[in-house]
Design a protein around this ligand. Structure first.
Ligand code: BES
Ligand code: MN
Ligand code: ZN
Length: 498
């Protein structure tokens, strides 16, 4: 989509559609008042008659608004007056674009940016306008033999700004927002592809394609034979029940000073999680194709980083495997020696994410990273704890944790800090190996993090459990591309560009 920042008045602007806001108590935004003044009270009439109530995210399309120069008028609900925050504003913008995608309008002019939004400057509004628009326009129909709805004609959005100076802030915001959206869309696409298409081999090929498209983005893949030599027996044990060979995908971006330690991102990519011999129940098992969304978010974030040419060093590591039951699959009780030298008793083959991550985390040490962040759809327990709104964040480094929480707030892609510590860690005790891969039902998200922390001693490490946030279930089933916005923001902040 194309984004521009312009000045102008809602009543006189020539556009396929003017987008203006209305609050829940019927109060009109400044732009809605301008339209009202030239149109014999068209907007206040719609409010009075009860046809439009201004609820957050509601929209109403009006054709040929009399007295105005726009061909269409789109009213957008802004919720309660005086309480408009970035989240609500972004939601309103997304709803507006969603509504326009089903119309004949090719472009539109949004005046929502002339309202006061708490804690948001022009850069921020532009950034979120672009992200919300791309998010709303995202479709996944490449596997349908005919389209449910024809492709939209809408493709150009102008956003109102006060003056020239704001124009340059807005264009930086658009640029950043589009880059984040590009990474997020890539993560969504990889997530939405089914397990029979998106195998570890497919993911490696997708990463290669990404690297080929971006000057300076390097790719290498650690293959099964090499994993054996490195002693990655935990990762290999997960893959051994599958016909699909595992891959450890390594994407490297060296945009910063040569000697500067990189940030390492490590993303779980189980391309399908049946549970293995500890097999999962049938209901909703199809959703376990999304079990590679952590890895997809790493690939997506690397796309954003490369697109923005960020002056920072980043290494993206994606351990990819399929968890299947089979004659060769791991048995409950099997003991493996991890790359770190520690032995693990696999009491439950469905706790496989931590097994592929632990070896990838150990592997990340060769890059001497300044911080290591792993991202994983790791536990159902995290969904019980936080639902589908916030990602779980666990860390051995409070400074790093706070940096990530802040990035989540700024990016509108939030996380919540959960504890780790020796009391929880003790639950991993095994009678036969150094420790087990499961620790009982209590605090399952936390004990999973404690397991990972046994491989990240003396690193600055954080873990994002995205089991509740990586995809939506039900009617709108599909990958969200989270936490690409959070990770991108974290790296943009570290790079000093946003
Ligand atoms: N991929 C799942 C976690 C998951 C489950 C994410 C449901 C989203 C929705 C993970 O591999 C898993 O199976 N975890 C187990 C761990 C348990 C055996 C300790 C779980 O959460 O039940
Ligand atoms: Mn599992
Ligand atoms: Zn899993």
């Amino acid at each position: 989509m194309d984004f521009t920042a312009k000045t102008g008045s809602a009543a006189t602007v020539r556009t396929d559609c003017a987008i203006v806001g209305v609050y829940k108590d019927g109060r009109l935004s400044a732009a809605a008042m301008e339209i009202d003044a030239v149109s014999d009270k068209l907007v206040s009439g719609l409010v009075k008659s009860g046809d439009f109530r201004g609820q957050a995210g509601a929209t109403l399309l009006v054709h040929k608004p009399a007295g105005a120069s726009a061909k269409r008028l789109l009213l957008v609900g802004l919720g309660e007056a005086g309480k408009l925050d970035l989240k609500g504003w972004r939601k309103a913008h997304g709803a507006a674009v969603k509504a326009l995608l089903g119309t004949g309008a090719k472009e539109a002019f949004s005046f929502l940016s002339s309202e006061t939004v708490a804690d948001a400057d022009t850069y921020t509004l532009a950034r979120h306008a672009a992200e919300a628009a791309e998010e709303a326009a995202y479709r996944f129909d490449e596997l349908k033999s005919s389209l449910d709805t024809p492709p939209p004609v809408f493709g150009k959005l102008a956003m109102w700004v006060a003056d020239r100076k704001s124009q340059s802030a807005a264009s930086t915001g658009f640029k950043h927002g589009q880059a984040v959206a590009e990474g997020q869309s890539l993560a969504r696409r990889l997530g939405n592809l089914p397990g029979n298409v998106c195998t570890p081999t497919y993911l490696a090929a997708a990463a290669k394609k990404l690297a080929a498209a971006h000057q300076g983005l390097k790719i290498s893949v650690v293959e099964q034979a090499q994993m054996k030599k490195l002693g990655m027996n935990a990762l290999l044990s997960v893959a051994q029940g599958s016909r699909q060979p595992p891959k450890l995908i390594v994407l490297e971006w060296r945009g910063g000073p040569k000697q500067k330690a990189p940030v390492a991102l490590v993303g779980k990519a189980i391309t399908f999680d049946t549970g293995g011999i500890s097999i999962k129940p049938a209901p909703a098992m199809d959703e376990m194709k999304f079990d590679m969304c952590g890895g997809a978010s790493v690939i997506g974030t690397m796309a954003t980083v490369a697109r923005l040419n960020l002056p920072i060093n980043v290494v993206g590591l994606v351990p990819a495997a399929e968890n299947m039951p089979d004659g060769l699959a791991s048995r409950p009780g099997d003991i493996v020696k991890t790359m770190s030298g520690q032995t693990v008793e696999i009491l439950n083959t469905d706790a496989e994410g931590r097994l592929i991550l632990c070896d990838a985390l150990t592997y990340s040490r060769r890059y001497k990273p300044s911080a290591v962040i792993d991202i994983a759809t790791l536990t159902g327990a995290c969904v019980i704890a936080l639902g589908h709104h916030l990602s779980g964040l666990m860390s051995s480094d409070d400074m790093l944790a706070n940096e990530l929480l802040r990035a989540g707030i700024d990016a509108e892609d939030r996380a919540w800090h959960l504890p780790i510590g020796p009391d929880y860690d003790e639950q991993l005790k095994s009678n036969f190996a150094d420790f087990a891969n499961v620790a009982g039902r209590d605090a399952g998200a936390v004990t999973a993090a404690c397991f990972l922390n046994r491989f990240t001693r003396d690193l600055s490490w954080a873990h994002l459990d995205i089991a509740g946030t990586a995809w939506k279930t039900g009617q709108a089933k599909g990958a969200t591309g989270r936490p690409v916005p959070l990770l991108s923001q974290f790296l943009m902040s570290r790079a000093g560009v946003a």
